[in-house]
Design a protein around this ligand. Structure first.
Ligand code: TXA
Ligand code: MG
Length: 337
């Protein structure tokens, strides 16, 4: 792929410049790629109705084509144009959580090309809760397929400079709306069979969803209980969300850090415990928030930061194991394999 000029344009999320949004929307309609902020992570968007535009996403990311994309729309009416059925559970959840970090997998309509879904009969759809994203979706007037705006298997971007670091020279346009709020990718659920299934844990929990629809949200293997089992969303089998440095989750971080330093590694530690600031040579300590949403909001940015400092190893203090931390365990586990 030949290198192209990547333009980064800053937009104020509170008062997005209509001219800038219109330019980005023109690019989307014409089949070009635009990276834009959502409330979770930055997305790499393309017109979901144009197979060649969608193919360009896979090329820029180096992403395997069997891994399907989430389609972003401006509202429920637009969602209904790409799904074949709109079950009562979808209506309840869309009313409660959209715009917001919940992607719903439903049977697709034939307007959605195979390129988006990897040939599946289903499509994932969501309305993002970021004013820049919503302005772009409204202005472009088309559904926008968008994975996270990173090279495949790299950390998801939570700032425009993260996007630029990974995709500079590969995409024409980045809308910079500042850092994203939630910091980890949306919750993905499937409403395609007899039961509702969680395909990827995220900012909206299984409990919140289950309470609203009055039924248990099952894990992909059908088990209602074991929150640490494998997830079956197609993209979830990949090594994912990984920093460059080798990452380990540790129950004995002090000892592990000392061992790694003694081997000459440059170590970054995401510390959960409150502890005296270790000023050991070769060690960078970052203290993480104790509340899971705040932890999630900080996680990728801190990992990007450690990568840019050039650490060779990252030690993450094992966080709590209750279900509120499920999405964080999911991302950390993937980053460590
Ligand atoms: O927060 C997010 O969801 C971000 C922002 C940009 O919206 N997007 C994102 O996209 O994380 P991506 O492509 O990195 O992850 C999409 C996930 C993958 O795990 C994929 O396998 C799953 O959604 N997915 C998409 N369509 C699916 C389908 N039809 N059936 C099952 N899983 C699907
Ligand atoms: Mg991704």
């Amino acid at each position: 792929m030949s290198s192209i000029e990547t333009e980064v344009v800053t937009v104020d999320p509170e008062a997005a410049d209509a001219g800038v949004i219109e330019r980005a929307a023109d690019l989307i309609r014409a089949g070009d790629l635009v990276a834009f902020p959502t409330e979770t992570v930055y997305g790499l968007g393309a017109n979901a109705l144009l197979p060649e535009a969608v193919a360009a996403i896979f090329e820029a990311k180096g992403r395997p084509s069997f891994n399907p994309l989430i389609v972003h729309v401006a509202d429920v009416d637009e969602a209904k144009k790409i799904v074949a059925v709109w079950p009562p559970e979808a209506e309840i959840l869309a009313r409660a959580f959209w715009p917001g970090p919940l992607s719903i997998v439903l049977p697709r309509r034939s307007v959605v090309p195979d390129a988006v879904t990897g040939g599946r009969s289903t499509v994932a759809v969501r309305v993002p809760a970021n004013p820049v994203a919503l302005a772009l979706l409204r202005a472009s007037g088309v559904p926008v397929a968008a994975p996270s705006a990173n090279r495949s298997e790299q950390l998801s971007p939570t700032t425009a400079s993260h996007v630029l670091a990974g995709l500079s020279g590969l995409i024409p346009f980045i809308l910079d709306g500042g850092p994203t709020a939630a910091g980890i990718e949306s919750t993905v659920i499937a409403i395609t069979g007899a039961e509702v299934r969680l395909l990827r844990p995220g900012p909206i929990s299984r409990d919140e969803i289950g309470v609203l629809i009055g039924q248990t949200v099952h894990l992909p293997d059908g088990k209602p209980q074991d929150v640490h089992s494998e997830f079956a969303s197609p993209g979830q089998m990949l090594r994912h969300y990984a920093p460059r440095a080798k990452l380990s989750i540790s129950h004995h971080p002090e000892a592990e850090v000392e061992k790694l330093l003694s081997f000459g590694e440059r170590v970054g530690r995401l510390s959960y415990a409150k502890h005296a600031n270790a000023d050991l040579h070769g060690l960078t300590v970052i203290t993480m928030p104790h509340e899971p949403n705040n932890y999630a909001a900080a996680l990728y940015a801190r990992l990007h930061e450690l990568d840019s400092l050039g650490v060779t190893r990252i030690v993450v203090d094992a966080p709590p194991t209750d279900e509120r931390w499920l999405a964080i365990w999911d991302r950390l586990t993937r980053a460590s394999t």
